[in-house]
Design a protein around this ligand. Structure first.
Ligand code: SF4
Length: 677
């Protein structure tokens, strides 16, 4: 057999604290399939996801070219491979590509000068740039210097020439994305079905919006293109037939549900769900427009939390980040209509963006809760390389105060070509600005933790109707809990203290400081053991959920106090709250750990049949039984399987559990309840 050059394409994930990016390497597989279609006879392409597999292959031979995807969560790991391999073989050609790359010319020069082990960088879509570059490499007999000396202009490729000048080829997008062969249907992703990875599906590419904090908001990515309907159907069926103990499908579209064709896609998904019972969970970013259509789509498919990301409701903040939201009226209508048929909804708010204040942040959250969104996602503002928000001008105008920290789940010591190397991914987050002090920032984060804990996952939904009956909103309750620290048990105080410590302390003034600190052996061990470097919000929530008894007691004591304030606390209310507390503990306590445990308890209210939405202070007496009823709480076989599958993907590591509670529709894991005679 004739030896042909090998080109390896890697979309790496960290693996030392569980699989950090537990998804199929979809973007890299498109690049692989496109290049293979045109150049497969001349080049032997290989695709990698795990650093361990890449290292195993390096023990056998070195390729001619190594290419890597560059995201904030894998860049340092990929760069370490490139750097080490280039030191061993200086003729190795290295290519990077992905959104984690500056947009300004001087920043690109500085990026490439500081990262000398990167020979070429692919901007915009990977398929075009990679294909054009490999063609040029073949034409120039893989002579890197020849290309750089001749300053060749290659589509979507930039690099530094011998004199450190930036050479940038013309920017081009794939005209018809259907020209990219399906990596699923070609069988190129088959072996990933045996791994605990979530499949991803792209039905459109591009985003018409221009948010300044997002790399997809650049003008070069504004045109939206779509795959043919039949291809999407074939891919869905292909995936559904092959998934192995996986519940979730991620749709990578940037505005799912916004386009009229998405209704047809939703029908395809619904029919796949009916035939194959997959996917039971769907992850997809909803569109920022066409709320009615998004609602229709969410009604067709099961398992998708339809959302309206708002980031902030404040006009000044929205202007500063070049973001336009749904109108207040449209948002309200969307939420009201969703509530009518129980469709789950989701909204995201980002803290500390340019122009943000504590009051504006609380107000944004109140807006979503008052409009009955089902789930809140609370984000910190990250300054991502390649976004307008990270530019010098924005930093100066809004006096952004930033800190550096390790991205949770993205560090470890890796074997690369015979040696071990510690690697960590570092990100820059905003912790204050001209109008938000760092103390305000901490208070906002505490409130964020309370919102995701006490509001999300329908965790205390049973209590809200009783409160609403007295004109106490969910926001009022959570704000009351936030303010009344005297009600916290010792465990709650411990969780909160740890949360504030992690929020404050694991931050550094520069990338170098953060990197140096985390890579010392004893600190690295603490991170890997889960004692440091977790996502404090997800971790804090996971701890609250795992200490459900204390969490539930805090909520119920707060409800009691609120009733007392209104002069409505009496024996009937008190008895009911006691029973409800026990019911919630039996149904929702320790749901992930104890799937085999069956719990029995006697109640004076038949919680297995009461419509809790209909509970009001004035009808409590009439709902009380004359004789108590014995209730049984248990997980059925489907739930046990579901929990097992989710733990397989997210792991029991502190970071994994935090993600599991965030990604999982917890209603699926709360115990079933039935009357025992
Ligand atoms: S945040 Fe969403 S809507 Fe805004 S530019 Fe990015 S992908 Fe588009």
């Amino acid at each position: 057999m004739i030896n042909i050059p090998q080109i390896w394409i890697s979309d790496l994930t960290h693996t030392k604290q569980g699989i950090s990016a537990a998804t199929f390497p979809l973007g890299a597989s498109y690049v692989y399939s496109y290049a293979n279609k045109f150049l497969g006879k001349e080049i032997d392409f290989k695709l990698f996801k795990f650093p361990e597999d890449l290292n195993d292959s390096l023990k056998i031979n070195f390729p001619t070219v190594m290419s890597f995807s560059n995201y904030s969560w894998n860049f340092e790991l990929s760069y370490k491979f490139a750097h080490v391999c280039k030191q061993i073989n200086p003729n190795l050609i290295t290519i990077f590509g992905g959104p984690n790359f500056p947009t300004e010319k001087d920043e690109k020069i500085s990026f490439l000068s500081n990262r000398e082990a990167i020979d070429f960088y692919i901007e915009l879509e990977g398929e075009t740039g990679f294909h054009s570059l490999v063609k040029e490499l073949i034409n120039n007999n893989f002579d890197l210097h020849k290309i750089k000396e001749n300053n060749l202009l290659i589509d979507n490729i930039c690099y530094l020439d011998a004199d450190k000048n930036l050479i940038e080829g013309p920017q081009k997008r794939v005209l018809n994305i259907n020209d990219i062969p399906s990596p699923y249907l070609d069988g190129n992703l088959d072996h990933f079905f045996n791994l605990p990875l979530i499949p991803m599906l792209e039905t459109t590419r591009g985003c018409p919006f221009a948010c300044s904090f997002c790399a997809d908001g650049l003008a070069s990515k504004n045109r939206v293109t779509r795959y043919e309907h039949q291809r999407t159907l074939d891919e869905l069926t292909y995936i559904a037939k092959r998934v192995n103990n996986i519940e979730e499908l991620i749709i990578t579209d940037l505005n799912f549900g916004m386009y009229k064709q998405d209704v047809e896609t939703a029908k395809l998904i619904a029919s796949t769900q009916k035939t194959y019972n997959f996917p039971t969970l769907i992850g997809a970013s909803p569109g920022k427009n066409q709320p009615k259509r998004i609602l229709d789509v969410s009604r067709i498919i099961k398992g998708w939390n339809m959302g309206a990301a708002i980031q902030s409701t404040d006009p000044e903040v929205l202007k500063a980040i070049k973001r336009s939201n749904l109108s207040t009226e449209a948002y309200r209508t969307l939420m009201e209509e969703s509530a009518l048929d129980g469709t789950k909804t989701e909204s995201a708010v980002i803290l500390a963006m340019p122009g943000d204040t504590k009051e504006k942040h609380f107000k944004s959250i109140k807006f979503c809760l008052d409009n009955k969104v089902s789930t809140m996602r609370m984000f910190q503002a990250m300054l991502l390389v390649g976004t307008h928000m990270a530019e010098k001008k924005t930093r100066e105008t809004y006096e952004l105060k930033t800190k550096f920290r390790t991205i949770p789940g993205t560090l470890g010591t890796y074997d690369i070509a015979g040696n071990k190397y510690p690697v960590a991914e570092i990100e820059e987050i905003i912790v204050g600005n001209k109008t938000l002090t760092e103390d305000d920032y901490i208070e906002c984060r505490k409130f964020n933790l309370f919102v995701v804990t006490f509001y999300n996952n329908s965790i205390f939904e049973e209590i809200f109707p009783l409160l609403e009956d007295q004109k106490i909103s969910a926001y009022d309750l959570i704000y009351f809990i936030y303010k009344n620290t005297n009600l916290y048990t010792q465990k709650i105080n411990e969780i909160l203290k740890k949360f504030v410590k992690e929020t404050k302390e694991d931050l550094y003034d520069s990338w170098e400081d953060a990197n140096k600190y985390v890579l010392t052996p004893e600190i690295l061990a603490k991170y890997i053991g889960g004692d440091m470097g977790t996502n404090e919000l997800l971790n804090g929530r996971a701890e609250f959920i795992q200490n459900f008894e204390d969490t539930c007691t805090l909520v119920m004591n707060s409800v009691k106090e609120l009733f007392k304030e209104k002069g409505l606390f009496n024996k009937t209310v008190s008895d009911y709250l006691k029973e409800l507390t026990m019911y919630l503990n039996c149904k929702k306590g320790n749901v992930i750990k104890n799937t085999e445990e069956t719990v029995f308890h006697k109640f004076n209210y038949n919680f297995s049949v009461i419509d809790l939405k209909d509970i009001k202070t004035k009808n409590l007496r009439s709902k009380k039984l004359k004789e108590s009823v014995n209730l049984k709480f248990y997980h059925d076989d489907n739930q046990k399987k579901f929990i097992e599958n989710q733990l397989r993907v997210y792991s029991k590591h502190a970071i994994g559990l935090g993600k599991l509670f965030q990604q999982t529709d917890m209603r699926k894991v709360y115990r079933k309840v039935e009357v025992v005679l």
